[in-house]
Design a protein around this ligand. Structure first.
Ligand SMILES: Cc1ncc(COP(=O)(O)O)c(C=O)c1O
Length: 356
């Protein structure tokens, strides 16, 4: 039985999505209209935050959020190197310097200690990444704004607070494989600060509030009406989807996967959303080959961490042993909202065949 890495389809929602899209086509209003306003209000209510600002993608969301938080040229932003490259690219695009910190390879997230080790007098913001749907721990009061990169963590939470509503601001991606997808590119900035939200709204529209006066150099980065309409159809599904992902994770445990690989570990108090189900193994690539032979999707993520990417050559990084371990040993196994017990047993059997 073949098992895809991403076991999710939107098939059940096609009719309602088509209806929402035709509503936009018929309205003739395609940019910054009632669908974007509606989605922003509904997502803010879902998260328990005051403001959501829709933008073109999750990468722009980070750049704009950092600038809205007052980060600019010469400022340092502490970020884990073990993340999707866009997290650090977005910092550089804001004119700031990414300062790489380590992660706990067990959770794939930063800790208060790894973040504090990277702080300097030039630190202007800290950006924990809620990687793979886990939630980075509380970082205490660091004396600088904290921006959550929640691109992979829609529907996750910690101690009763939603990922995206835990810090000064947060960003999301609605890329189609994400927990809350749209039908193309989309992203959002979340904040409960009126001032930060106002700045983000201005920056997403060329640095202008009124389309006539341009008060700062900004961006053309808007969530469009079609994507917002799709997101309004899908947002009510999010909690059910996360519950399905968590059931699949529990089934992996029940079926004994932990006898063959190290299982993902939720941060204390976190409700993991399992955007990806990432285990660890000393022989991750060999295991991936074994799974591929049986038609099972598996993938090592971020084998070359961000600080070792050629584009980051101008930024220095200390030794990051947790990052290197995470990069070398991780392996994403099939996960999704439609991953059944039979498929899970197939994956566990394939992992057992390798370890026996
Ligand atoms: C952790 C992380 N940050 C940022 C991004 C960037 O989002 P986007 O692809 O929508 O620009 C992604 C997604 O790809 C991501 O996984």
């Amino acid at each position: 039985m073949a098992v895809p890495l991403f076991a999710t389809t939107l098939e059940r929602h096609h009719a309602r999505l088509a209806e929402a899209l035709s509503r936009v086509v018929e309205s003739g209003h395609y940019i910054l209209g009632p669908e974007v306003e509606g989605f922003e209000a509904e997502f803010a209510r879902y998260l328990g935050a005051r403001h959501v600002v829709g933008v073109a993608n999750g990468t722009d969301a980070i750049t704009i959020a950092l600038r809205a938080l007052g980060v600019g040229h010469g400022d340092e932003v502490v970020v884990p190197s073990y993340t999707f490259y866009a997290s650090v690219e977005a910092i550089a695009n804001a004119g700031a310097t990414p300062v790489f910190c380590d992660v706990d390879p067990g959770s794939f997230c930063v800790t208060e200690a790894t973040v504090r080790a990277a702080l300097t007098p030039r630190t202007r913001a800290v950006m924990p990444v809620h990687l793979f749907g886990n939630v980075a721990p509380d970082l205490g009061d660091l004396g600088v704004p904290v921006l959550e990169d929640a691109a992979q963590a829609a529907g996750a939470g910690r101690d009763g607070i939603r990922a995206g509503a835990m810090a000064h601001a947060a960003t999301f991606s609605f890329f189609p494989s994400k927990n809350l997808p749209c039908l193309g590119d989309g992203g959002a900035i979340v904040t409960s600060s009126d001032e930060v939200a106002e700045r983000a709204r201005t920056l997403r529209f060329h640095g202008s509030k009124d389309k006539r006066t341009f008060t700062e150099v900004g961006y053309n980065s808007r969530l469009d009406e079609l994507q917002a309409a799709a997101l309004r159809v899908l947002l009510p599904e999010l909690d059910g989807w996360v519950a399905a992902r968590r059931r699949a994770a529990a089934a992996y445990e029940r079926e004994g996967l932990g006898e063959h690989v190290r299982l993902p570990r939720a941060v204390d108090g976190a409700t993991h959303a399992y955007h990806l189900y990432v285990v660890r193994s000393g022989a991750a690539d060999e295991l991936s080959d074994t799974l591929a032979e049986r038609g099972i999707g598996a993938r090592g993520y971020y084998r070359v961490p961000a600080h070792r990417q050629p584009a980051m050559r101008d930024f220095t990084a200390p030794e990051l042993p947790g990052t290197e371990e995470a990069a070398r040993t991780n392996l994403a196994l099939p996960m999704g909202t439609q991953l059944g017990d039979e498929a899970i047993r197939e994956v566990v059997a394939a992992c057992a065949s390798r370890s026996s």
